[in-house]
Structures are given as C-alpha cells and as structure tokens.
Design a protein around this ligand. Structure first.
Ligand code: UDP
Ligand code: MG
Length: 314
C-alpha cells in the first residue's frame, strides 16, 4: 500500500480538482493507496470539503491539526500518520502533478528508497525564482550534508526511510528535505516540470519563506558560527598590525595624510575602530543568538504539531 500525504492550508479552490486528478491517476499505479490530508488549521471551507470527500471515500483520511503549525510540521504529522510501504509527499495546490506519480513509483519499485523531484522549470515570479536559486546554491555551499539542488518536498519515500525520519530524526524544527537528505539510503532525483499553483494565493507568506530558509541554513551547518571565528581572527590580526603601526608612527612621529601624531590626537582612527568592531560584535552576537534560540526550542521539547482529530482512521 502507498500513502499520499498532502498538507492543506486554506485550499478550498483546489480540493475538488486535486481529488479528481488523484483519483483519475490512481489506476496508473498498481498498489492500493490511502490519502492522508493534513488540515493545517484552515479557516476557509477546506475542512468541510475534505470531510465530505472522506465520507464517501474511505481511502481519504483527514488529519486535523489544532491550529496552523506550518507546512513542514504538517508534512511531519502526515508522515507519522502514514502506514504505507511507500509515502508520497505532495502539495495541495496541484503544483506537484498527480500524473507524475507513476514515474516516481516506478523508480521506487526499481529499489530506490527515496525518489525526490527536481524542478526543471518554475513558473513563478522572477524575484521568487532568483531567491530559490540563490538559496539552494548557498545552502549547498555551506551545509555539511548534500541537499540536492532544486529539490523540494515532493517525493516518494520507502517505509524504512520514513521510519528512520520519524523515530530517529526527532528534532522539533523540521526542514523535511534536509532531514530526508540526511537520512541517506538509496536516493535518486527525477526531473519534472513544476506547474503553476492551480488556484488561490500562495500560503507561504514572505515571512514563512524566510523562516524556512533560515531553518534550512542554520539546521544543517555551523558555517555562520565559523564565519564569526574567521572574521574575528582576521580582524584581530589586522587590528594588531594596525596597533603596532600606530605605536611606531607615534614614536617616529612622521607626517602621514597631512599630520603627524604629535599635533593631532587620533580621534578618527579611534572612532572608526570602535564603530567597526561594535558593528561586527553585534552582528555575530546575532548569529550566535540564532543558534541559541534553536537550542532553546529543541530543549523545550514541544511537539512539532498537535492533532485535534483523525477522521477515517481505523
Ligand atoms: N501549507 C500548509 N501550511 C502552511 C502553508 C502552506 O499546510 O502554513 C500547504 C499549502 O496548502 C500547500 C503547500 O503547503 O498545499 C505548499 O504551500 P504553497 O503552495 O503556499 O507554497 P509554495 O508552492 O509557494 O512554495
Ligand atoms: Mg504552491
């Protein structure tokens, strides 16, 4: 059996088409299936539509979270609830076409334990595309594990991978595509053309997107912390040499840039030094603070999500 996990946050315009296209595509794969829709605290008509479908179709299970916990948390909830031998993760806005699934499942049957989708084309605004492009390359540069470029959450995972992620990668802040790469096993990327959102507005606000980017960057790398040490080292070296130069300058007392140390006290150099170092200190305190914040969240050990009700679950 395969499980299809779909996070839904206010997708009332897309749900009928999503269900229709999934059902139409389902004869293309041989396995029986369950669809686990995770309602991530929708406040439009999404839940009602889903429940209507689930009354008629017992393959559709609705996992209602107690509020909006965010896309990654919703996926995590779905992965915990899924019981299939393979678990598919896809978006609810039809950007990940259900018709692509047979191709992915074929690879899974060949023995690949993770089949992830690589987007070839993105039909989105240019600034957004540039942002994604930059993010994935920067992430690849600094992170300690290989997170495939331009791969999103759309994927098929074998039961062993899902179990490993559910039971062994238990951190609370979830960057699912990163955890998936971390988990290892036999992985393969399959190219596909990412469609446009079928209807409605994107549910990722700019802020949510930035937060996701931070989760990705900070969770898989201590590079930013290391940058602080590199900078610190280079700047100390520079300051030390500058200090020695200033002492010699004072002793020899030659004219430089129109004055000699004996007639002008070095206010400018002093001021610049203080501001420069002050700025750097605050900046790196910020970076360190970011990591401490994450430690705090992990240590609190709060759940990633809270389930209100699981419909159609037997
Ligand atoms: N989503 C969610 N919770 C959120 C935001 C989004 O469950 O807080 C769902 C949304 O309904 C959709 C998927 O996650 O099915 C991807 O969201 P979106 O299409 O807005 O992201 P984008 O495609 O722009 O990255
Ligand atoms: Mg989308």
């Amino acid at each position: 059996m395969i499980s299809i996990v779909i996070p839904i946050y206010n997708e009332q315009e897309n749900i009928p088409a999503l269900y229709k296209r999934l059902t139409e595509a389902s004869p293309l794969w041989k396995e029986s299936y369950e669809i686990i829709v995770v309602d991530d605290g929708s406040f439009d008509n999404s839940l009602n539509l889903l429940l209507e479908i689930s009354k008629k179709d017992k393959q559709v299970k609705v996992l209602k979270l107690s509020r909006n916990f965010g896309h990654q948390a919703a996926i995590t909830a779905g992965m915990h609830a899924a019981t299939g031998d393979a678990v598919i993760i896809m978006d609810g806005d039809l950007q990940d076409p259900p018709e692509e699934l047979p191709r992915f499942l074929e690879k899974w049957r060949e023995g690949y334990q993770v089949v992830y989708a690589i987007r070839t084309k993105r039909k989105e605004a240019i600034h957004k595309r540039f942002g994604y492009w930059l993010f994935y390359r920067f992430l690849a540069m600094i992170s300690d594990i290989d997170i495939p470029l331009d791969s999103g959450d759309f994927c098929v995972m074998d039961r062993v991978v899902v179990d490993a992620m559910n039971k062994q990668l238990t951190e609370r802040i979830r960057f699912v595509r990163g955890l998936r790469a971390y988990a290892g096993f036999k992985q393969i990327g399959v190219k596909y053309e990412r469609a446009e959102r079928a209807a409605g507005e994107p549910k990722y606000t700019f802020r949510k997107l930035i937060n996701l980017a931070f989760d990705g960057l900070l969770d898989y790398s201590v590079f930013p912390l290391r940058v602080a040490s590199y900078f610190g080292f280079i700047i100390s070296l520079f300051s030390f040499s500058a200090g020695i130069f200033l002492i010699i300058h004072r002793i020899v007392d030659f004219k430089l840039l129109g004055y000699s140390p004996s007639d002008v006290p070095g206010m400018a150099s002093l001021g610049i030094g203080i501001f420069f170092l002050g700025g750097l200190t605050i900046m790196f305190l910020g970076i360190i603070g970011n990591y401490i914040g994450r430690i705090y969240f992990e240590v609190k050990n709060r759940p990633t999500y809270i389930v209100e009700k699981f419909y159609n679950n037997d």
